[in-house]
Design a protein around this ligand. Structure first.
Ligand SMILES: [Mn+2]
Length: 402
C-alpha cells in the first residue's frame, strides 16, 4: 500500500493581508497530479485544512473540489483530521456528502466513521479513534487523534478513566497507548495526529498550539508500535523522533518570511504489514517565493526593484538609511516591483554607528529626531516646550526622592 502524508494546507491564509489563493490553487492542482502519477492508495491530511475557524468560501470550495478529485468517487481513500486552526464542527459538517465519496473526516478526538464499501477500498471496522481498512488485499489499521484541545481532551479522559491529574503529554500518551491496542500483527499500522511534539523546529506561521505553549507532547508519549506516525502542526517538514517513525509533512507553501529557505513537500510512504516502511520525501513547486532584501541605500533598493520586476515574488525590504524614506521613493519602489510586503528603514547614522554619543545629546534634540523619524515632520514649538516641561519636571521629582 502506498500513501501520501501531507498537512497544514491553511487554505485561505494570507500574507499581511495579501491573498495566497492563487498559490493555493496551483498547489492543489499539483498535489492531485502527484497523487495520480504515484498511484497513491490513500491520502492522509494531518490537520489545519484551513487557516481560520471561519474560512472564506473560496477556500472551502477549493478544498471540496480538491478532495473530491483525490477520492475519485471512492476509488481512493482520503483521510482528514482537524488541526488547531480548524473549526472541528464546521469541518465535519460536510461529512454526509464526504462519506458518500470515501472521504473520511475526523474532527474530534475519538471521533469515528461508519463501515462502508467503496469502489477502491473498504472500511471494515470502526471504533472510537480507530478505523480498520482494506485496500486491495491489505489490512490497514489507522489510529487517529485529531487536534486535542485541553477541554476536549479532558472530556475524553474523564469518560475513559479517573486519571485527571496527568499532564497534557501523559494524557495524550494514555490515549495513544489505548488506541495502539487496536494494531494487528498482520496489518499495516499507522497513527495520525495534530500535536506539537517536543523538540520540533517551529517557524513563524504556526499559531502556538495553545497560549503559553504548555501543550507539548513528549516523544516518549508517541505511539511506539505504529510503523509510521503522520503528524501535522509544524510547518517545517521534519522527522519528529529518531526512535519512532514520526514525521511532520509541513505546510505545502511558505507561509512566513522565516520559511523562505525551507523546501516544501510531503512524504510518500510505501508500507507493508510487519515491515519497515519506505519513506520518500517529495517537494512541491514554489510559485511565489518570499524574498528579504537587505539594502545599504535607497538607490540600491530601487535597483533591486528594477532587477526583480519580472519575477513573481513577495518581498520585504530592509534599507539602511540615515534619514526617513520619502513617500516618493516608496511609491517608486512599489510601482516598479509589485507585492512588496514591507519597507523597513534601518536608521544608521547617529544611533547605530555611534558617531555621536546619545548621552551627550540633549533630550530635546533626541525627541526632535525621534519625532521627525516617526512622523516625518518637525515637532511644533509648543509641542517641544511641553516635552521639555515634562522632562524638567521628571528630573526635579527624581532629585527630590533621591
Ligand atoms: Mn498549521
Amino acid at each position: 500500500m502506498k500513501f501520501i502524508h501531507t498537512s497544514d494546507w491553511h487554505l485561505g491564509k494570507s500574507l499581511e493581508g495579501n491573498s495566497r489563493i492563487e498559490e493555493q490553487i496551483k498547489f492543489c492542482e499539483d498535489f492531485i497530479k502527484v497523487v495520480n502519477e504515484n498511484n497513491i492508495d490513500m491520502v492522509i491530511i494531518a490537520g489545519d485544512i484551513y487557516d481560520s475557524a471561519n474560512p472564506p468560501s473560496h477556500a472551502e470550495k477549493l478544498f471540496y473540489k480538491t478532495v473530491s478529485r483525490l477520492a475519485n468517487n471512492g476509488k481512493r481513500c482520503v483521510l482528514i483530521i482537524s488541526g488547531n486552526h480548524d473549526n472541528s464542527e464546521r469541518l465535519s459538517a460536510v461529512t454526509p456528502l464526504a462519506h458518500e465519496q470515501g472521504i473520511i473526516i475526523l474532527a474530534d478526538p475519538l471521533s469515528s466513521t461508519e463501515i462502508s464499501k467503496y469502489n477502491g477500498f473498504e472500511i471494515v471496522e470502526v471504533k472510537e479513534g480507530c478505523i480498520k481498512l482494506k485496500i486491495n488485499d491489505e489490512k490497514i489499521v489507522v489510529i487517529t487523534l485529531p487536534y486535542p484541545n485541553e477541554k476536549r481532551l479532558n472530556e475524553v479522559i474523564l469518560k475513559n478513566s479517573e486519571e485527571v491529574e496527568q499532564t497534557y503529554s501523559q494524557k495524550i500518551g494514555a490515549i495513544f497507548a489505548d488506541l495502539e491496542s487496536n494494531f494487528e500483527k498482520d496489518s499495516i499500522n499507522i497513527a495520525v495526529s495534530h500535536i506539537f511534539v517536543s523538540g520540533g523546529e517551529s517557524t513563524d506561521s504556526e499559531r502556538p498550539i495553545e497560549l503559553g505553549g504548555s501543550l507539548v507532547v513528549e516523544k516518549n508519549n508517541l505511539p511506539t508500535k505504529a510503523q509510521y506516525i503522520a503528524l501535522g502542526h509544524l510547518h517545517k517538514q521534519q522527522k519528529a523522533s529518531h526512535r519512532v517513525n514520526a514525521y511532520y509533512a509541513g505546510s505545502p507553501i511558505q507561509y512566513s518570511k522565516n520559511e523562505r529557505t525551507c523546501k516544501k513537500g510531503a512524504y510518500i510512504v510505501e508500507i507493508k504489514a510487519g515491515k519497515k516502511p519506505n519513506i520518500e520525501e517529495i517537494y512541491f513547486e514554489n510559485y511565489k517565493p518570499i524574498e528579504v532584501f537587505k539594502c545599504s541605500s535607497i538607490e540600491e533598493a530601487l535597483k533591486i526593484c528594477e532587477e526583480n520586476k519580472n519575477r513573481d515574488i513577495w518581498s520585504y525590504f530592509e534599507i539602511k538609511t540615515n534619514e526617513t524614506i520619502s513617500p516618493s521613493s516608496i511609491k517608486k519602489m512599489k510601482e516598479t516591483l509589485k507585492d512588496i510586503i514591507e519597507i523597513k528603514p534601518i536608521i544608521t547614522s547617529q544611533y547605530e554607528e555611534g558617531h555621536i554619543d546619545n548621552k551627550e545629546k540633549s533630550m530635546g534634540a533626541m525627541f526632535k529626531e525621534f519625532y521627525e523619524f516617526s512622523r516625518n515632520l518637525e515637532p511644533k514649538g509648543e509641542l517641544m516646550d511641553l516635552f521639555l516641561d515634562i522632562i524638567n519636571e521628571e528630573g526635579d521629582s527624581e532629585n527630590e526622592t533621591n
